[in-house]
Design a protein around this ligand. Structure first.
Ligand code: SAH
Length: 373
């Protein structure tokens, strides 16, 4: 340390800094007690130095998971046409904020922009804003989307105060959740604790939740999801626009849905902090309620397969196959993966939620509301 020009205390601090995320989490649990699942998730995914999304590009064949836009260009194209149709239906507001939450590699937005290039006025009116916390993925997005001159922000609140046309695909599933359950002895929160230096699950008694659920059933709840849904709702209410939220999950909660994935394989949630993707199913009912409470209008809720088909996926798939006949089989396989039911397909597992400003025409692709069918 003798040769260190004046940085002695710095070097000392560095020497004592825990070197792995596991060590950081363990130290925090030793100091403060068992950690809520939400805090564990937030650290694993978003720790500035060791967080899963902060350090890598996890998406695609060589990454840990493949999303719908990475499966087929048709996905982003149809999302684009649905948003552009709503923009036309709402009188072509100009300028407007074209926003994507968690754009990943920028593939969906690139397909969306290409598909909407021929909608008169749309591109000229759009101010592209990407909500992304990961420096690694911002770099990939900059490469993919440079021409569209995007602006990046860390949070939706920072987006320009304009009519909002927004898409979020596989974004909300990465937001931290909390887990509670009712035991024989009352309500508990599931937390991450330590036993002999190993991360373990534990239960900590909490105030009663006032819900009538079966003993042992896990209830998930995401304050982060609701906060962002509220921000979307407020903006749609004050400025108009439309939002599409696409993710796995359902209207209601489905019990314990927290899962970890590395190299396309499930792994233990506590096994490799910061090195595996952590997600939970999205509870669309709670998300929609928060947005509607803030003034948005619920436009529709559908399974991804049905939604894509009603927007014309079959016709798009045919047109693409005719244009590049040598890719016909590949395009057919992409079509199936996006729409098929069952565990291999995304058609039923993934859902689409549409929100608009109050009194806006319904968004395309959704079944008509109950009672008008
Ligand atoms: N939408 C893309 C990527 C999905 S992965 C696709 O469908 O391919 C999740 C994305 O959300 C990544 O870009 C990740 O960096 C981003 N992300 C995760 N948590 C975030 C947060 N709290 N704020 C902003 N972006 C976040």
């Amino acid at each position: 340390m003798g040769g260190d020009p004046g940085g002695g205390s710095d070097a000392l601090a560095k020497g004592h800094r825990p070197v792995s995320l596991r060590a950081i989490i363990s130290a925090q649990i030793r100091a403060l007690g068992p950690m809520p699942v939400s805090e564990y998730m937030a650290l694993c995914l978003g720790h500035p130095e060791h967080g899963y999304y902060m350090t890598r590009d996890p998406i695609g064949r060589s990454g840990d998971f493949i999303t719908a836009p990475e499966t087929s260009q048709m996905f982003g194209e149809l999302v684009g046409l649905a948003l552009a149709q709503s923009w036309l239906d709402q009188g072509c507001p100009s300028p407007f904020a074209l926003v994507e939450l968690g754009p990943g590699r920028g593939t969906l937005m690139a397909d969306l922009l290409r598909a909407t290039a021929r909608v008169p006025g749309f591109r000229e009116a759009a101010r592209l804003c990407l909500v992304e916390t990961s420096p690694a993925l911002r770099r990939v997005q900059a490469d993919t989307l440079r021409q569209a001159e995007p602006v990046w922000v860390d949070q939706l609140d920072a987006v320009a105060d304009l009519p909002l046309f927004l898409v979020a695909n596989e974004f909300f599933d990465a937001l931290p959740i909390r887990q509670h359950l009712r035991t024989e002895n009352g309500w508990c929160e599931r937390r991450v604790g330590l036993s002999d230096d190993t991360l373990v699950w534990g239960l900590v008694p909490v105030q009663p939740l006032g819900l009538n659920t079966a003993i042992g059933a896990v209830i998930e709840h995401s304050p982060a999801v609701e906060t962002i849904a509220e921000t979307i709702g407020r903006r749609l209410a004050s400025r108009g626009g439309a939002a599409l939220v696409i993710d796995y999950g359902d209207w209601e909660g489905l019990g314990d849905t927290l899962q970890a994935l590395a190299a396309h394989q499930p792994v233990g949630v506590l096994d490799t902090p910061g090195a595996a993707d952590l997600t939970a199913h999205v509870q669309f009912g709670a998300l929609a309620a928060a947005a509607v409470e803030a003034g948005a209008q619920l436009s529709g809720f559908a399974e991804q397969g049905a939604w894509l088909e009603s927007l014309g996926l079959a016709a798009r798939s045919d047109a693409l196959s005719s244009a590049v006949p040598e890719r016909r089989a590949e395009i057919a396989a992409q079509h199936r993966r996006l729409t098929e039911p069952g565990p291999k397909g995304m058609g039923q597992l993934f859902k689409v939620l549409g929100l608009t400003g109050p009194d806006a025409p319904a968004m395309p692709g959704f079944p008509p509301p109950e009672g008008t069918r």
